[in-house]
Design a protein around this ligand. Sequence first.
Ligand code: HEM
Length: 499
Amino acid sequence: EVIDPAAQQILLFKQKTEGPIGIMTTSSGAPVEYSDARVTLNKRLIFNEYFMDSLTHLVRERIPERLVHAKAGGAFGYFEVTHDITHICKAKFLSGIGKKTPVAARFSPVVVERGGIDTSRDARGYAVKFYTEEGNFDIVGFSTPMYVYKDPLLFSTFVRAQKRNPATNLIDPNMLWDFLTLIPESLHMFLLIFSDRGIPDGYRHMPGFGIHTYQVENKDGEIHFVRFHFTPEAGVRNLFTEEARKINAVDPDYATRDLYREIGKGNYPAWKVDIQVLSLDDVKNAGFDVFDVTKTLPLNKYPLIPVGRYVLNKNPVNYFAEIEQLAYNPANLVPGISGGPDKVFEARRLAYRDAQYYRLGANFNRIPVNCPINTVVRPYNRDGSQPLNDNQKDIPNYYPNSYNGPVAYKDRNKVELIEIYQDPPNNFDQATELYINELGKEERDRLVANILDSIGPAAKFLKERAVKLFKLIHPDLGYRIESGLASNRTKSYYDYDYY
Ligand code: HEM
C-alpha cells in the first residue's frame, strides 16, 4: 500500500519492475563487468571504462543554478477553457469551451539557493507553460499580485541586495533594508511578504499572478488589456512564522514534498484562471498607470472574469530533465497575446533568454520539456551545442530561399504593442490601503512582529529611514515599528550594539 509517494518513490519503482531492468552499460553502451573490488584493485584504472566513464561524468553533472528562483517544485497537467473570451483574445488555446492544453508548472522561492529551505519568508515564483498549437505561451508570475520596482535597472540591485554579502557570505539585513528604504515603492510588495501571505503553506494552496497588464487582441484586431490570476481551488493557505520555523527544522523540502506526494496520491491540485479586463478607454481613464507592476488593479473596479482552470496531475519522472531544465520566458507569446508594454516586461524579454543560453546552452528549446510539443517547430536556426535532435534534417537553412523552406506567417489583423509613458513610481496609496483594508487586526500585529524580526539586526540609520517610510504608509504602522525597535525585542541572536 502506498502511504507516501514522495517517501516511497524508489520502493514503488522496485514494485513495478519484476527484476533488474537490464544489464548495466557504460555511457557508450558497453556491458560493464563488476563483480567486486578485485576488478578494480591491482588493475590499471585507465583500462577500466566503467571507472573512467563514471568519474569523468560525475564531475560534469552540475550546471549553473538559476540566478533567482533556484529551488522549486514542479509538475505537469492540463489547462481547460471554461468560459468563452474569444471576443477579447483570439489565442487558439482559448478558442472553445472544453478545449484542453498541456501545461508545465514550476513554483519557486525567489531568494534561496537550490539547496535552501521551502518555508522562507519571500515571494514565490509561479510559472506556467502552456504547450499550445501556436507555440509555447509562458506566464512567469509571482505569488503576490504586485512586483518590487518599476525601473528594470533595479533588477541586479535588488537581486544582489537580497543575496549574500560578498565579504561574509551571509544574507545581510543591512543590504536588504538599504534597498527597501532607498526604493520605497518596494514596500507595497514587502508589506505582503511580511504579512501572513509571506510564507505559503506549500504550493497547492498558493495563488499566482501574472502581474503585468498584457495587451491582447481579438480576431478583428480590437485590443484589450488583461491581468492573469490563478486561485487555488483548495483555498489559499499560509504558515505563521513560528509554524514555518518548526517545519523548516524538520523538513526543509516541505513544499516540494507536499506537491509531489499529493499528486502521487491522486490528490491533484487545481487553480481557477481568471482575468481582469480593461479597454483602451479604461486604461486612459484609470487615473493611474495600470501598467505599473508595483501596483495592483482594484478588483472592485476591474472584477475577475473567469477563463478556465488548470490541474496538475503528473509528477516529473525525472526532476533534472523535466523541472530543472524547464526554461520559462515571458517573451514566449502566441498570436493574440502581445505581452506588457511596460519596461520591466521589456527587460524580461532579454533576461530569460540570456539566462537560459548560459544555464542550458544554445539549444535549450530543443530540450524535450521546452519543445513546443503541439506545433511543428520550423526555425532556421541550426547547429550549436547539444541537444540538436534532428537539427532540422535536410531543410534549407537560410531565409528567404527558393527551395520550399518554411515560409513566413501572416497575421492579417496584427496589432502593434501600444507605446506608453510611465510616471516615476509612487504607491504609498496602495500600501496604505493594504494596511488599513486588507489586513485584519491580528494580521497587522504579526506584520509588525515579522518586520521587526527582519529589520532588528539592521543598522540604526536604516531603522530610522524605515520608520519614516512606514509612518508615511500609516502613522500607526510607523509608531508600532518605532516602539518595537526601541524595546529591543529582536536582540537575542544578533549582536548589533556597536551601531
Ligand atoms: C527587470 C525585471 C526582471 C528580470 C530582469 C528578471 C530576470 C530573471 C532571470 C534571469 C531569471 C532566471 C531564468 C532562468 O535561469 O531560467 C528569472 C526567473 C524568474 N522570474 Fe524574473 N525577472 C524580472 C522580473 C520578474 C517579474 C516581474 C516576475 C513576476 C511577474 C518574475 C518571475 C520570475 C519567475 C517565476 C522565475 C522562475 C522561472 C522558473 O520557474 O524557471 N521575474 N527572472
